[in-house]
Design a binder for this molecule. Structure first.
Ligand SMILES: NC(=O)C1=CN([C@@H]2O[C@H](COP(=O)(O)OP(=O)(O)OC[C@H]3O[C@@H](n4cnc5c(N)ncnc54)[C@H](O)[C@@H]3O)[C@@H](O)[C@H]2O)C=CC1
Ligand SMILES: O=C(O)CCC(=O)C(=O)O
Ligand SMILES: [Mg+2]
Length: 361
């Protein structure tokens, strides 16, 4: 019955070094970036729930699309520079337009929000093949395969640059071990392909291993090749606790993690840097195909927003909302289509609000 509290604890202390935003008149201003696809529907769900709970947050909404000129990302960057904290949906990046880079990547790089945390934890009531999954993927956000640096050196020959630096490998490693330590986790596993990319992935793997073994003796440090990691995560996910990855392996394992717990609509996540924290669903799906249909599952966005409340020190509210979401899912009467129900996004949201209304403070 108390699984929800255990679930909550994972989120409790996401980061120690990110500077907290200031409150004005007892309220925070948070940058809201709804994004494309289902972003507006699932952030509307958060707004309704926060309004019902009188959460002391004012939203500064920046409505841009991944299809916009890349320059437009500066509107989001400027707002986040003011507010230090954001709640974000995902911007769509067209795969067939050469030269149109990802606004998601641009934002992360410009704010140096280098650590992505995605939480893959089974939610009671959601039917999955493997029960009790509980793993966290911590992913480097600012280099690696997502550098977006490509050129055609001669016709028919394309070089895509994957950048790996010691400094960025060190800071993501430290972040992962700190996260593990502060959240009562027992092991950190570095995911790599150092058998092929001996220099780049070798640097990543060796850096994580060295930092773990020398600075975090109480945490078990290990490493695994990404291909095997993918197979093991599908077959025996319980062997993993915290996985730390370069950018590409993180998105692949993150999509495996989403499938393990019941879909992308359930995954909470956040991005942290020294100065900024931006909360967004952990497996980062856009959901263009179901946009505007009022059928998206807003759980991942709501749980990401509760991580934000934790970060702001509003822990009681974070816990109340998490528990209400989990209770509504466990009861199974008002769940969305992706997890076998037939409630709309709005009906699920209202069920959460009703649950909160009937739960004493
Ligand atoms: N295509 C793009 O523009 C972008 C893609 N990505 C990444 O690419 C990978 C795949 O992306 P896409 O093919 O665009 O996937 P997608 O956004 O189309 O999602 C895959 C499936 O999950 C469903 N889904 C997504 N969110 C949902 C929700 N909240 N509730 C219920 N169902 C939901 C969608 O309807 C779809 O059937 C992911 O790793 C994602 O992080 C990330 C950012 C932009
Ligand atoms: O930003 C994009 O278009 C894709 C990025 C992605 O797959 C991710 O961040 O997980
Ligand atoms: Mg992805």
């Amino acid at each position: 019955m108390l699984r929800s509290l255990v679930y909550k604890r994972t989120f409790a202390t996401a980061l120690k070094e990110t500077i907290l935003p200031k409150k004005y008149g007892g309220r925070y201003t948070v940058t809201l970036l709804p994004g494309d696809g289902v972003g507006k529907e699932v952030t509307d769900s958060v707004i309704s729930i926060f309004n019902a709970e009188n959460i002391p947050i004012d939203w500064e909404t920046v409505e841009i699309s991944g299809l916009d000129n890349k320059e437009n990302v500066k509107l989001a960057v400027e707002s986040l520079k003011r507010n230090k904290i954001g709640l974000k949906g995902i911007w769509h990046t067209p795969a067939d337009q050469v030269g149109h880079g990802s606004l998601n990547v641009a934002l992360r790089k410009q704010l140096d929000i280098y650590a992505n945390v995605a939480i893959f934890k089974s939610i009671p009531g959601v039917k999955t093949k493997i029960p009790d999954v509980d793993l966290v993927v911590i992913r480097e956000n600012t280099e690696g395969e997502f550098s977006g640096l490509e050129h055609e050196s001669v016709e028919g020959v394309v070089e895509s640059l994957k950048i790996t630096t010691k400094a960025k490998s060190e800071r993501i490693a430290k972040f992962a071990f700190d996260f593990a330590q502060r959240n009562g986790r027992h092991s950190v596993c570095a995911v790599h392909k150092a058998n092929i990319m001996k220099l780049g992935d070798g640097l990543f793997r060796n850096t994580v291993t060295k930092i773990g073994e020398s600075q975090y003796p109480k945490i078990n440090t290990s490493s695994i090749i990404v291909d095997n990691a993918s197979m093991q995560a599908v077959a025996k996910p319980h062997q993993f606790d915290v996985m730390v990855t370069p950018s590409m392996y993180g998105t692949i394992l993150g999509n495996i993690g989403a499938a393990l717990i019941g879909g992308p609509g359930l995954v909470a996540g956040a991005n942290f840097g020294k100065e900024f924290a931006v909360f967004e669903p952990g497996s980062r799906h856009v959901g263009l195909d179901i946009k505007g249909q009022n059928i998206a599952n807003p759980t991942g966005m709501i749980l990401s927003a509760t991580l934000m409340l934790d970060h702001l020190g509003l822990k009681q509210s974070a816990e109340r909302i998490t528990n209400a979401v989990k209770d509504v899912i466990a009861e199974g009467k008002s769940t969305t289509k992706d997890i076998g129900g037939n409630a709309s996004t709005t009906e699920f949201t209202n069920a959460v609000i009703n649950k909160l209304a009937s739960t004493p403070l």
